[in-house]
Design a protein around this ligand. Structure first.
Ligand code: PHB
Length: 390
């Protein structure tokens, strides 16, 4: 398989590329139970492109090659990436909502030298799998480790519920390390199926152990509302158990679907639509103008927006002639003091994002549920990489 791919690739790369068109592969999720996640990634990327056309050098155009991996589906992701590289001859790859898909495409982008800008997938190890991957989203360690440290100052007993895949494992391990180092105790933990989970039995087990906090990670989007409803149904709030986790569990666009049960949930995350930083206000206003007053951007939309900015910078600095090594060098030095989420940069050693984490609480602002930022933990590098330095 690999040799055949290599052969076809060598042939494809020998063909001259049209100078002024950059072929950008966009491997996203548009169908299946996780389609709402890809929708925000798509909208964030397209809003950026619409509002920043003037950042491209004159005459340079982007040919967007859009494909649907349909959710966490590594075989499909691999097959589509292969086709995009060999047949569509993409020069840059982006999108990638899900960890399993990002892992699956890593060997291909290494072999073909395709600079790849991750818009979402958050398992720490992804960026170690290819020198051609840079991440503009987040890692679960980045939110869950500092959250564990913060939580240990207030609570002693935690139960941990996570989705059983890379991002969930990272979130669980990171929280556990931060919380227990700070003196907290994990009174129980369970991994739940990633697809179609029934949260009720898991919540019941958690309730029975009488923790002070229930720390959870699920893929954001519809599952965030589903797990909040299970928390409500089993009346964990009345049992005095606070719902906490990375911001995936209170993702901004789902708050209106959750209702008041979400009030008081505490999370750590890098983006809140309610943040009052000027660049965020401008971003949210542009979003509402484009997608409607009732639409709210979320962290996935911002990941896509920021990745697009890095892609535009690479295209612009190279005047549309994409060199893989130069693109990676540009991304390694990427900085944006004015992202909607606050200042961001790429750590040149790891190609992973450095950003603020905010401790937030769901409160009502002007009658609407919002993730209100309470504290800022500045310039967090991926802790997993810090702990696993060679
Ligand atoms: C991932 O696959 O890495 C992932 C998916 C959904 C999230 C966070 C991470 O909310």
């Amino acid at each position: 398989m690999k040799t055949l791919f290599g052969l076809v690739l060598a042939f494809a790369l020998a063909l001259p590329a049209a100078a002024q068109t950059v072929r950008l592969g966009f491997l996203n999720t548009y169908s299946g139970p996780f389609a709402s996640l890809g929708e925000y990634v798509d909208k964030g990327a397209r809003l950026y492109m619409k509002l920043n056309a003037d950042k491209l050098p004159p005459g340079v155009k982007i040919d967007l090659v859009v494909r649907d991996a349909g959710g966490p589906n590594p075989d499909k992701a691999k097959q589509l990436a292969q086709e995009m590289i060999v047949r569509d001859r993409i020069q840059i790859l982006t999108g990638l909502v899900f960890t399993p898909n990002a892992f699956a495409i890593a060997p291909l982008v290494s072999e073909a030298k395709i600079p790849t800008a991750i818009m979402n997938a958050g398992t720490s190890a992804i960026t170690t799998r290819s020198p051609y991957i840079a991440r503009f989203s987040f890692t679960l360690w980045q939110s869950s480790y500092p959250f564990g440290q913060w939580a240990a100052k207030k609570y002693k007993r935690a139960y941990v519920l996570v989705s059983d895949f890379g991002a969930g494992h990272d979130s669980e391990q990171a929280f556990e390390k931060g919380f227990t180092e700070g003196g907290g105790q994990i009174v129980g933990k369970v991994r739940m199926p990633m697809q179609n989970p029934d949260f009720i039995p898991f919540m019941q087990r958690a309730k029975d152990t009488k923790p002070e906090i229930l720390f959870a990670f699920i893929p954001a989007g519809r599952q965030a509302t589903a797990i909040m409803k299970a928390y409500n149904e089993l009346a964990l709030d009345k049992a005095g158990i606070r719902f906490v986790g990375p911001g995936d569990i209170t993702t901004d666009e789902e708050l209106p679907n959750m209702g008041d049960i979400a009030l008081g949930a505490i999370t750590a995350h890098h983006y809140s639509a309610a943040a009052d930083r000027a660049p965020n206000k401008a971003f949210v206003a542009a979003w509402k103008k484009e997608y409607g007053e009732n639409s709210t951007p979320n962290f996935m939309a911002v990941g896509a927006w920021d990745a697009m900015d890095a892609i535009y910078q690479a295209i612009s600095e190279q005047k549309g002639k994409i060199d893989p090594e130069r693109t990676m060098a540009i991304w390694k030095n990427y900085k944006n003091p004015n992202s909607p989420r606050g200042p961001i940069s790429i750590d040149p050693e790891t190609r992973d994002i450095v950003q603020n984490e905010y401790i937030r609480e769901v409160r009502k602002v002007d009658g609407k549920l919002a993730n209100v930022e309470l504290e800022t933990i500045p310039n967090v590098k991926d802790p997993w990489k810090e702990f696993n330095k060679k």
